[in-house]
Ligand binder design. Structure first.
Ligand SMILES: Nc1ncnc2c1ncn2[C@@H]1O[C@H](COP(=O)(O)OP(=O)(O)OP(=O)(O)O)[C@@H](O)[C@H]1O
Ligand SMILES: [Mg+2]
Length: 441
């Protein structure tokens, strides 16, 4: 792709010469004759460098440099001034310009400058992306109030030792957030142990959590440590805790009350100092109402409750999340055209950030490096019910029905999975489906 430069210069003849010269050199050049036009250009596009004249009809370029720098630390800015204006050039440098040239401009000299600063700019961008990744450790939190609240709570959770319950639909990042809390807690140097409670039924789950003594059951030929043992001084994540069988819930509640536990088939009491994190994509309060989850256990595990909202409820953040993921995948947001962005914006993302990442990863794999992602790669998102109908002509109920049917489609009609993904009970799902049917006979 051609490097894009923005030339801000009021003299028409100078602009003309510049554009001719640098277009031939392989740059895409945009030109602005005053600061207002320059601002418009910057709002509508991303540039790799700015060449700026200081004296412009509608203001002083120095203030403009400061404004650009506040928004972008890395973009190279080269200033051109009339000769004998060294004082202004110094001021420009102090405001954040990278270098200056005096008029008349020697295009060949400017070209050498440009190439050097484009390289430095790319390096700086790379370093700040790396830094950003490091500080957030792979998690994009975003600016929406709901996500900021989740981040605030996660920070509190990291400094405390209380049990935390993380709720949210599948793919919203509950697992990632759990690890983040562990890594930022005082237990970070000890183990992070996780188990998915929906994968193992009844005794098998208890065996994993508590361990067992030799002879506890036919195949138990030796004492075996449980996850509680391994999580001693570390963190234990019980994932999909909503699916934990009631007998295991009772056993686990006892561990939380006594801080001691027995391995299966053992009389000895063991102690483990673990920090408990739980996650679920089900409506756990509803499970309590249905008698499927113990209220007393819920009180013990949700001292801090963090809810991660689904992607479709924070559509405003989509461009930022997409840009974050693309950088993570070694690409940049410039590969997304407006048409593709529109499709991504309309889709309802039942699989949330996991699904978004998969879709982008696949599209990047099928596209030569640096090229724009073709719209046809995203047409699959358009063809199903998962796309929201045009907003503005729909009632909340219609949009909700549409989403429910879309998730049902995605789960191939599986009621259990659909209810889970929507974080509602099966009974509620049946009721909504019935209602949808009667309003669309
Ligand atoms: N905030 C985020 N920032 C960056 N990537 C994210 C974020 N949330 C989710 N992802 C991506 O989505 C994937 C799924 O996240 P995760 O496994 O934490 O979801 P989950 O909520 O635990 O889902 P499930 O309920 O299905 O277990 C991650 O591996 C990551 O690639
Ligand atoms: Mg998970």
């Amino acid at each position: 792709m051609k490097p894009k430069i923005l030339l801000i210069e009021d003299n028409e003849a100078t602009r003309f010469g510049f554009v001719r010269y640098f277009s031939k050199e392989g740059y895409a050049v945009a030109e602005a004759s005053d600061l207002a036009k320059a601002k418009k250009c910057l709002d509508g596009d991303n540039f790799d460098a700015i060449i700026l004249d200081i004296n412009l009809p509608d203001g002083n370029g120095i203030d403009f440099i400061e404004a650009v720098r506040t928004a972008d630390q890395n973009i190279p800015i080269i200033v051109i001034t009339g000769s004998g204006n060294i004082q202004i050039a110094v001021e420009a440098m102090q405001s954040g310009a990278d270098n200056f040239l005096t008029k008349p401009i020697d295009n060949a000299a400017l070209s050498v400058f440009l190439r050097k600063y484009l390289e430095i700019g790319a390096m700086k961008r790379h370093i700040s992306a790396q830094k950003r990744l490091k500080t957030s450790e792979g998690i994009y939190f975003g600016d929406s109030p709901a996500m900021q609240q989740a981040l605030d709570l996660a920070r509190i959770a990291a400094t405390s030792d209380s049990p935390v319950l993380i709720t949210g639909e599948t793919g919203t990042g509950k697992g990632m957030l759990s690890k983040w809390i562990h890594r930022n807690s005082q237990r970070a140097s000890n183990e992070f142990v996780e188990i998915n409670c929906s994968g193992l039924r009844g005794e098998l789950l208890a065996r994993e959590i508590f361990g067992n003594a030799r002879g506890a059951f036919t195949s138990a030929d030796q004492d075996r440590k449980g996850l509680l043992d391994i999580a001693d001084r570390g963190t234990l994540l019980l994932d999909e805790i909503g699916d934990m069988a009631l007998e295991v819930q009772a056993q686990f509640l006892k561990v939380l009350e006594d801080k001691k536990y027995r391995r299966l088939g053992d009389v000895k009491l063991f102690k483990s100092d673990f920090r408990l994190l739980c996650a679920t994509n089900r409506d756990i309060h509803d499970l309590v109402r249905q008698g499927l989850f113990r209220q007393d256990l819920l009180y013990r595990i949700n001292l801090v409750e963090i809810h991660i909202p689904p992607l479709r409820e924070r559509r405003d953040e989509l461009p930022a999340i997409i840009s974050y993921i693309l950088h993570e995948l070694g690409s940049s947001e410039s590969v997304i055209s407006d048409e593709v962005m529109k499709i991504l914006h309309t889709y309802s993302w039942p699989g949330n950030i996991r699904e978004l990442k998969n879709v982008l990863e696949r599209a990047l794999l099928l596209t030569p490096r640096g090229e724009i992602l073709r719209q046809v790669l995203f047409d699959g998102l358009l063809s199903s019910r998962k796309t929201l109908p045009v907003i503005g002509s729909n009632t909340v109920q219609e949009v909700e029905e549409h989403h429910i049917l879309a998730v049902l489609d995605q789960m191939d009609g599986d009621i259990e999975k659909t209810a889970k993904s929507l974080n509602i009970s099966r009974a509620t799902l049946y009721r909504r489906l019935k209602k949808a049917k009667s309003s669309n006979p």
